[in-house]
Design a protein around this ligand. Structure first.
Ligand code: GLN
Length: 271
């Protein structure tokens, strides 16, 4: 615990508990019920290794290899962005839009671990889900999550940049693309700046490069809706670039912290 505190980890007690639970093979909340118990030498070594990794600010999700998301658990490796609680807002908003619009498919662009796509596939049993990414390493993690969530038959994974290779006609597009301005990356927590894949975070000089590219693709054949996760201060700028592509903001969804986190764009004139 003191090692984690000294390393600047802001939840040292919680993290030490999670890692100890992992070593003991029990839920962290049940550790106090285990009574006095000495760790075996092997367990002590494993725990020590984990604390060392965490002291280097490696995210807990990479150390234990999974992260809770929606109503399940996502397998995580350093090839993908650790699923965030705020991204559950993207799932909820996309489910609502798909139920309202009855698309022929939902497309998750830049799926990474596949977290959004597998949650959508589970919650929208009648709608096919297609998920794409430019990273082969990420797609292999997504493939594992697709199996683990039991949605292999209704989730197609493909290597593609944005909407390329999928016709967006009559679909709902959802995306948590990189949106951090390149210059801001180094100022983020070490868990993010040192460990998470730059490819999943770096949105170019103004943070909007990937979103701009996606909206340009959407301008050609407009989908029924485009739902985007964004940073708390990007709403107006993204609405402007969406307007240039022929879309208007139909709804703003706030995350648990109250930030405008997910924007639901619809083609102008469609509502
Ligand atoms: N929400 C992430 C962060 O805070 C950024 C995710 C992204 O760029 N899509 O670091």
């Amino acid at each position: 615990m003191t090692r984690l505190l000294a390393a600047g980890v802001d939840t040292p007690l919680l993290d030490a508990n999670v890692l100890l639970g992992e070593v003991l093979g029990v839920e962290p909340a049940r550790i106090p019920l285990c009574g006095e118990r000495r760790l075996t030498e092997r367990q002590a070594r494993k725990f020590n290794d984990m604390i060392q990794r965490r002291s280097a600010r490696e995210p807990v999700a990479y150390i234990v290899g999974r992260q809770a998301f929606v109503d399940g658990s996502i397998q995580t490796t350093a090839d993908i962005l650790v699923p965030r609680p705020e991204t559950e807002t993207l799932v909820e908003a996309t489910v609502a839009a798909a139920r309202e619009l009855g698309p022929r498919a939902v497309i998750d662009v830049g799926t990474g671990s596949g977290a959004v796509a597998v949650a959508l596939a589970r919650q929208l049993p009648d709608v096919p889900v297609i998920a794409s990414d430019v990273s082969d390493a990420a797609l292999s993690v997504a493939r594992r999550n697709r199996e683990a969530w039991g949605v292999a038959s209704k989730l197609r994974l493909m290597r593609a940049d944005g909407l390329r290779a999928v016709c967006p006609r009559h679909v709902v597009v959802t995306a948590n693309l990189p949106y951090v301005p390149a210059g801001v990356l180094a100022t983020l927590e070490p868990e993010v700046s040192r460990w998470e894949p730059r490819l999943a975070l770096d949105g170019g000089p103004d943070g909007l490069a990937a979103l701009r590219r996606l909206m340009r693709q959407c301008a050609q054949t407009p989908p029924l809706a485009v739902l985007l996760e964004v940073a708390h201060d990007q709403r107006l700028r993204i609405s402007a670039l969406a307007a240039a592509a022929g879309f208007a903001c139909h709804a703003v969804h706030r995350d648990l912290a109250g930030f405008a986190r997910v924007l639901d764009f619809r083609p102008i004139g469609a509502w």
